[in-house]
Design a protein around this ligand. Structure first.
Ligand code: SF4
Length: 364
């Protein structure tokens, strides 16, 4: 059983904080979809027994429903349990939502990010809070009963009270899943340049940690399970596709820049529109790959496992001598804890410094 990730690298407008691979050359959608269908046909032998499908980007909702339907027909998604599509509130209409539901999508991931218009504008989103709220309502009316929304915190000038209000307003929408990320200042993005030029000020680390804690508390109170560092779900609504990334299940990625993992080999398509389209159409796409060594797989297990509620097997922390000392240190200072089942998980304190813990436990 595998998952399929389909990358749609088009955005109508670039958000100021984003460093994902995407382009605003929407006029190239048709040739891209042609290439995508060609890649799916060429890799059909890898696509049997599909359990989950995830249409991500970029912005998949810039595609027409007919294109989406063709992609699904070519993959053969009839038996998939979960078919997710990322949706930008700026693209949604009741008719579009009803049509994608009819095309087989049964889970939406809506890029709400904030329910404060001033903050949305500040980070360069192309929709308003009202559009985001309408999108959720329309999706519910169209029959979607598994909706995830993305929310960002630690946005420039965002106050603690604004964040608490955002969380409550998000809960009031009645969604089943929330993914929430603190703003990252990635190298080369417009927002990072604004920060470096002194035009905006980054939120300090303590406030960011407090915002994260209040998020965890409010969602827990509302009955959400905190099953991954940035992901919260009502019981039974944990994302199946994303969970497979964290537990080492094979997945196949199609489209420009998409990664595949068929253990022990990871491979990826070029994240360049021309290289992808021309490579596919000329039947000589240069896909890079690497075979994961035992150490690589150990590092991946640490990196992915510690982000989840299941954590990692204690045995893993005994595998290398240096790691025994480091993990003991984190256990002693309360950043990690051992569960009765013999798993090692991050505590709330540990979640604040998770990247540091992971880095310390990884081996060269
Ligand atoms: S819509 Fe998503 S992928 Fe596109 S620029 Fe914004 S954050 Fe990046």
């Amino acid at each position: 059983m595998a998952g399929v990730y389909v990358h749609i690298p088009f955005c109508k407008k670039r958000c100021l904080y984003c460093d994902f691979f995407s382009t605003t050359l929407l006029e190239r959608r048709a040739e891209y979809v042609t290439a995508l269908l060609e890649e799916i046909r060429a890799r059909k032998h890898e696509l049997d027994d599909i359990r989950t499908v995830y249409l991500g980007g970029g912005t998949p909702s810039v595609l027409d429903v007919a294109d989406i339907q063709q992609i699904f027909d070519t993959i053969g998604t009839e038996r998939a349990e979960e078919i997710t599509m990322e949706l930008n509130p700026g693209d949604a209409t009741p008719a579009y939502l009803a049509a994608i539901r009819a095309a087989g999508i049964n889970r939406l991931s809506i890029g709400v990010q904030s329910l404060d218009d001033r903050l949305l504008q500040l980070i360069g989103r192309r929709h308003t809070a009202a559009q985001a709220i309408d999108t959720v309502r329309w999706a519910q009316a169209a029959g979607f009963d598994n909706i995830s929304i993305d929310l960002m915190y630690a946005l420039p000038t965002q106050t603690f009270d604004q964040w608490k209000t955002d969380i409550q307003r998000a809960l009031d929408l009645g969604v089943q899943h929330i993914s929430s990320y603190g703003l990252m200042y990635e190298e080369g993005t417009a927002l990072t340049k604004m920060r470096d030029a002194g035009a905006i000020e980054a939120i300090d680390e303590d406030t960011e940690n407090e915002m994260y804690d209040v998020l965890c508390e409010q969602l827990k109170k509302a009955g959400f399970v905190h099953y991954e560092v940035s992901n919260f779900a009502l019981p039974g609504y944990e994302a199946k596709h994303n969970s497979s990334y964290w537990d080492g299940t094979p997945y196949i990625g199609v489209g420009a820049g998409a990664h595949s993992y068929l253990p022990p080999v990871r491979s990826w398509n070029p994240d360049d529109l021309d290289a992808y389209i021309y490579g596919i159409m000329a039947h000589n796409l240069l896909r890079e790959s690497e075979t994961l060594t035992e150490k690589d797989r150990y590092n991946e297990s640490i990196m992915l496992g510690l982000r989840t509620r299941q954590g990692i097997n204690e045995e893993l922390t005994r595998r290398y001598r240096d790691v025994i000392e480091t993990s003991t240190r984190f256990l002693n200072d309360g950043s990690l804890q051992k569960t009765p089942e013999g798993r090692i998980v991050a505590t709330q304190k540990g979640l604040h410094i998770l990247n540091r813990i992971i880095e310390a436990l990884m081996i060269e």
